[in-house]
Write a protein that binds this ligand. Structure first.
Ligand code: 6GU
Length: 237
């Protein structure tokens, strides 16, 4: 998979991809990631990439020209590969594991990282295929969001993490949240590992894990719990 990240802060991208699952994927030759400085494509004085919004209002908007040029440059270079063009934005669709799975099947992802008020709408209208939000809160820029999406996507590419099982059994690959996990020692500062996990009784362990998942989901995510209940009921019919 090829990943281009258009950004005015390329220095934010490098250190994270060097110290994450991305590095492993890159070393295995499964992924290549290039941060690309949008300023390079600005023909303005001081490589300006933003301007005041028409109609007034606080904050700045990223101008279309450098973004159009940067996108065209990437497309030309990657020909005949056609990217999904992802714009991380708080007014996008909320990112889910399903979307991560969908993106992980692509051969080319191009991220556009906005700052300030966002980017000129014409960039979104002409180029962007996916507008993705991480949730209902506001980040300062798209870089951290792009890195989150990249991490979630890359780990699903076959061969990136050792056990595909581990990715498949994640919370959100199922309608239920994950169960608690313990490792050695059996007792730590007076805190004991649940007896059943030491029993060697596999059926009992699985039963306990499922109970824990149901309990945790009901307590923390009643929305997911309701979905799970409906699914259970349907399967019983
Ligand atoms: Cl994707 N971008 C920004 N700037 N803020 C966000 C977000 C994305 N998702 C939630 N808040």
């Amino acid at each position: 998979m090829k990943i281009d990240v258009l950004t005015t802060f390329p220095e934010m991208i490098e250190p994270v991809i060097k110290s994450s699952i991305a590095r492993i994927a890159i070393e295995k030759g499964l992924v290549s990631i290039k941060p690309r400085d949008i300023r390079v494509f600005s023909e303005e004085k001081h490589q300006k990439t933003d301007d005041y919004p028409f109609g007034g209002g606080d904050g700045m908007v990223m101008t279309p020209k450098p973004l159009f040029s940067a996108i065209r440059h990437c497309l030309e270079e990657a020909k005949p590969e056609v990217p999904r063009i992802i714009f991380p934005t708080p007014d996008g669709k909320v990112f889910t594991q399903e979307m991560a799975k969908d993106f992980s099947k692509e051969s080319y992802l191009l991220f556009i990282c906005g700052h300030y008020k966002g980017i000129d709408q014409r960039v979104r209208d002409v180029w962007v295929t996916d507008e993705i939000s991480l949730g209902d809160y506001v980040l300062t820029g798209g870089e951290i969001a792009a890195l989150v999406i990249i991490d979630a996507v890359i780990r699903l590419i076959p061969g990136v993490i050792g056990t595909l099982n581990s990715a498949l059994s994640d919370s959100f690959s199922h309608p239920l949240l994950d169960c608690p996990w313990y490792t050695r020692p059996e007792e730590f500062e007076g805190l004991k590992v649940p007896e059943v996990l030491l029993s060697g009784h596999h059926a009992k362990i699985e039963e306990w894990r499922l109970e824990q998942r149901i309990k945790k989901t009901r307590e923390k995510r009643s929305d997911l719990y309701d979905k799970w209940l409906i699914k259970q009921t349907k399967e019983k019919k």
